[in-house]
Design a protein around this ligand. Structure first.
Ligand SMILES: C[S@@+](CC[C@H](N)C(=O)[O-])C[C@H]1O[C@@H](n2cnc3c(N)ncnc32)[C@H](O)[C@@H]1O
Length: 221
């Protein structure tokens, strides 16, 4: 059985609540460990689009997996999340790896309160599917990335059959998706937000991971 999308208007998904992530922060890496290899492969692919002088935002960074994997490829990473406990884990991870170019801030993706156009690129991984209004999050990212910069979305997507047992397991932990995307639906959503997709790749992960690289300045609509 596939994890059902939470219909709009229904009581908000518990995954939208900060306290949910605060509670799971200590075990998040353990639970998601089976997908680590693919996340590292995805990060290596993403790094190919970044430049050494880039200032990168990792929006909803969680335990800092992408921030830490991408930090060596850029000048500076600002890693944001609205869960202080997830950020605590991220800080520890960066310290363990001796990374000195990553800073951490508590920020809500729905209202980032960061200066405009200061980042060359933003990575937004595995969070849009949790949001009732992911279009608001994209609008926030478009505000903080400079014209011509990149918005890189890496998101779990579903496929029927192959990973349904894993998805069922995940749902037992209370993980619910607000957006029921497969890879094509995610790409369509991003195009609808006025982003121009310049590349994409599906990583056949524990849970399939679609990575979509977009230019921030091309309003197609
Ligand atoms: C599934 S985890 C993904 C974490 C990380 N990006 C990764 O790929 O490993 C989702 C993260 O999004 C964060 N999050 C959820 N809603 C958020 C919001 N509105 N603003 C900021 N962070 C949010 C949670 O606290 C959690 O750390």
């Amino acid at each position: 059985m596939i994890v059902r999308a939470v219909p709009r208007g229904e009581e908000r998904s518990k995954m939208l609540k900060r306290s949910f992530w605060d509670r799971y922060a200590g075990v998040y890496d353990l639970v998601t460990r089976p997908g680590n290899k693919e996340l590292a492969e995805a990060a290596a692919w993403i790094a190919g689009f970044l430049r050494p002088r880039d200032r990168l935002l990792d929006a909803a960074c969680g335990t800092g997996t992408f921030a830490c994997l991408l930090a060596p490829a850029v000048e500076f990473v600002l890693a944001c999340d609205y869960s202080e406990k997830m950020l605590e884990q991220a800080r520890r991870k960066a310290a363990r790896r001796g990374l000195r170019n990553v800073a951490f801030r508590v920020r809500d993706l729905r209202s980032l309160t960061l200066p405009r156009e200061v980042f060359d690129a933003a990575v937004c991984a595995n969070v849009l599917h949790l949001l009732d209004s992911p279009e608001n999050a994209i609008a926030q990212l478009k505000m903080v990335v400079r014209p011509g910069g990149l918005i890189i979305v890496a998101n779990y997507v579903h496929e029927t059959g192959a990973n349904s047992a894993r998805m069922e397991l995940i749902s037992r932990f209370g993980f619910e998706f607000a957006q029921d995307w497969d890879a094509a639906a995610l790409e369509e959503f991003l195009s609808e937000q006025g982003l121009r997709i310049i590349d994409k790749r599906l990583f056949d992960a524990w849970q399939p991971l679609e990575v979509v690289v977009c230019r921030a300045d091309d309003d197609v609509v």
